[in-house]
Design a protein around this ligand. Structure first.
Ligand code: HEM
Ligand code: HEM
Length: 193
């Protein structure tokens, strides 16, 4: 296993960039998804759906890259004082986040493709039609997609709650090591005066 990207105490640049780019994409895709779910179908909801689908596919591709990164790199060790059950909960939440962020775009795609509708990636090209045409498959995939959002909300509440708990209550470096590194000049004493 390589440690080139992740130092002993913090996540490396690629892991941090992927974490925050995916977090922003997820927020955008949830907001756009809720807009689609909330308003009557129209030309503008079609446009919102097109962006929602493209951002969702971006998340899928970035999650595959992230999974490959994760399987080939070590993560920094958690604080030694952290009890085993908390380590297990953190590992479980992270694994479920990986799983749901791959399954949500997949079932979203199947919901659309099984209905015979095309999916374009930001108007650049068509995503190949890879699902059999089936009304039932489309309905089931839509149901998983719509209810899947609540799994994501629950996981994010636990995840973000834990990050804040570490930072503000335990006051350890668990949140800091997933934040972009400040440039060495900014930390250097000669820049402070
Ligand atoms: C991680 C990625 C994604 C997330 C978190 C996500 C989330 C959501 C959410 C929250 C909704 C609103 C559901 C509701 O309350 O009605 C929605 C709707 C929808 N999404 Fe996604 N989505 C993602 C990716 C995709 C992708 C890649 C596609 C298709 C290629 C897609 C297609 C749809 C469709 C068609 C709807 C409307 C469903 C309906 O109400 O009939 N989504 N999505
Ligand atoms: C909003 C979407 C988010 C998603 C999908 C997400 C997902 C993930 C995943 C899958 C990991 C595990 C990384 C790995 O080891 O492979 C992780 C780590 C982490 N995330 Fe998030 N995250 C999100 C938002 C946030 C936010 C808002 C915070 C802070 C408030 C945060 C703080 C952290 C921290 C501190 C870690 C490292 C935990 C450790 O050291 O083990 N995340 N995140």
């Amino acid at each position: 296993m390589s440690t080139a990207e992740t130092s002993a105490t913090r996540y490396g640049g690629i892991a941090v960039a992927l974490h925050w780019i995916i977090a922003v994409c997820l927020l955008v895709s949830i907001i756009l998804g809720l807009i689609i779910g909330d308003v009557e179908e129209s030309a503008s909801t079609e446009r919102v759906l097109a962006i929602h689908k493209s951002v969702g596919i971006t998340i899928f591709v970035l999650m595959l890259v992230r999974l490959a990164w994760r399987l080939t790199h070590r993560t920094p060790p958690l604080p030694a004082s952290m009890p085993t059950y908390q380590r297990a909960l953190a590992a479980l939440t992270h694994a479920l986040l990986y799983l749901t962020l791959l399954v949500m775009p997949l079932v979203g795609y199947v919901a659309v493709a099984a209905r015979g509708r095309e999916t374009q990636f930001f108007g650049l090209f068509d995503v190949p039609q890879m699902a059999p045409l089936s009304r039932m498959l489309s309905q089931n995939a839509t149901m998983v997609h719509v209810y899947g959002q609540y799994v994501i909300y629950a996981l994010l509440a636990a995840h973000i709650g834990a990050a804040f708990f570490h930072h503000f209550v335990l006051r350890d470096d668990v949140l800091a090591r997933m934040l972009p590194r400040r440039s060495p000049e900014k930390n250097a004493p000669w820049t402070t005066f």
